[in-house]
Design a protein around this ligand. Structure first.
Ligand SMILES: Nc1ncnc2c1ncn2[C@@H]1O[C@H](COP(=O)(O)OP(=O)(O)OP(=O)(O)O)[C@@H](O)[C@H]1O
Ligand SMILES: [Mg+2]
Length: 245
């Protein structure tokens, strides 16, 4: 890539939302406006914490950003491309190749081995079983779980299960990770370990957008977007309270 192309790639927002609105329509004609004209831009390499009270619309926003749901109106661009122009098939492709997801409840298949869980996204790409196992073992090592490939998720701790989920999110080498309350079910020490792992991934250039209720967790991010009643109430630098930069 030429220096000019490289600069363009760096300066292209990974995410751009403008006047994003989401209304849920319920049976019986009831509706609820959950997101109201949400606008922001996230650049490559950022580490953003999305905060806000329960019910403020954080998960709704994350589902739209992660292409799991569509907005009612407004613009959503991912890597400079309009998401609204894409078919469900194209969205599935973006989800599979460009985005990694981490959830509060880990979302692991409890009866499948840890290696199977990590390599699950590769099944849809026709990667051979042997190669899937090899890549899973490799990724598990990167998240500090060397030697755990053949165990079941029920045989490891909650923090380890979340590492498995992170390894699964990383298996396709996404440029972007969305995490919705990834430490919500973990104790403080384990939560700090998971956040240190996210920090390392961010230092490697992965853009991270994370929802949290907890100030201590948000302190790992560089920027905070606070949602209040479906609107952006604050968008700016996050004070790190002396945590290592
Ligand atoms: N599929 C849905 N259909 C109808 N209403 C929904 C749906 N999903 C969410 N809502 C409503 O939208 C509002 C925002 O929900 P959302 O899950 O985005 O909040 P949140 O900020 O993630 O909350 P929490 O911190 O508790 O996870 C809530 O009032 C919720 O009841
Ligand atoms: Mg939520």
């Amino acid at each position: 890539m030429s220096p000019k192309e490289n600069k363009i790639a760096r300066d292209t927002p990974v995410i751009e939302v403008k006047d994003l609105c989401k209304t849920y329509f319920m049976p019986g004609g009831m509706s609820q406006n959950v997101l109201k004209n949400v606008s922001f831009v996230i650049h490559r390499g950022e580490f953003v914490a999305i905060m806000g009270h329960s019910g403020s619309g954080k998960s709704t926003l994350m589902n739209i950003l992660g292409c799991l749901d569509r907005p009612t109106s407004g613009l959503y661009m991912i890597s400079g491309k309009r998401v609204s122009d894409k078919s469900d098939e194209e969205l599935a492709h973006i989800r599979g190749r460009e985005i990694g997801f981490v959830f509060q409840n880990f979302n692991l298949l409890m009866k499948r081995s840890i290696a199977d869980n990590v390599s699950l996204p590769l099944i849809y790409q026709n990667v051979s079983e042997k190669e899937r196992y090899r890549r899973a073992v490799d990724m598990l090592e990167k998240v500090g779980l060397k030697g755990y490939a053949d165990r079941l998720p029920t045989q490891i701790s909650g923090g380890m299960q979340q590492r498995v989920a992170i390894a699964r999110a990383l298996i396709n080498h996404p440029a972007l990770i969305f995490a919705d309350e990834p430490t919500g079910n973990l104790d403080t020490k384990t939560s700090d370990e998971i956040m240190t792992l996210f920090t390392d991934l961010n230092k490697q250039g992965i853009t991270i957008v994370l929802v949290t209720h907890e100030d201590d967790v948000a302190d790992y991010a560089h920027r905070m977007i606070k949602i209040m009643d479906g609107r952006v109430e604050f968008d700016g630098l996050r004070c790190r309270y002396g945590k290592e930069a």
